[in-house]
Design a protein around this ligand. Structure first.
Ligand code: ZN
Length: 92
């Protein structure tokens, strides 16, 4: 199971609002929902940036509904390992 539609207004707002893209679809529609950790605070504080960290989101952080399964994300990742590796490199 891979994320398809926002389950609640809060998640919808988190996906469509703001400019920091903390929650985003890894590669557009049909790709896993991931949480992206930026280093904006570290940069502002003059600390060395650690880069970005991305982790799949399995449950809605707002209402707790299951959005994806580990198996679904893993299956997709195995299929697109190369493409995802390239994307990760681009994000750094
Ligand atoms: Zn929700």
């Amino acid at each position: 199971m891979i994320f398809s539609n926002p389950c609640c207004d809060d998640l919808k707002a988190a996906l469509t609002g703001g400019e920091d893209n903390v929650l985003k679809l890894l590669d557009g529609e049909g790709s896993p929902l991931v949480l992206v950790s930026h280093s904006v605070w570290g940069q502002a504080a003059g600390k060395p940036a650690k880069g970005r960290v991305m982790a799949p989101v399995y449950f809605c952080p707002f209402c707790g509904k299951r959005l994806q399964t580990r198996e679904g994300v893993k299956r997709l990742a195995e299929r697109g390992v190369k493409a995802m590796a390239e994307m990760r490199r681009d994000l750094k």
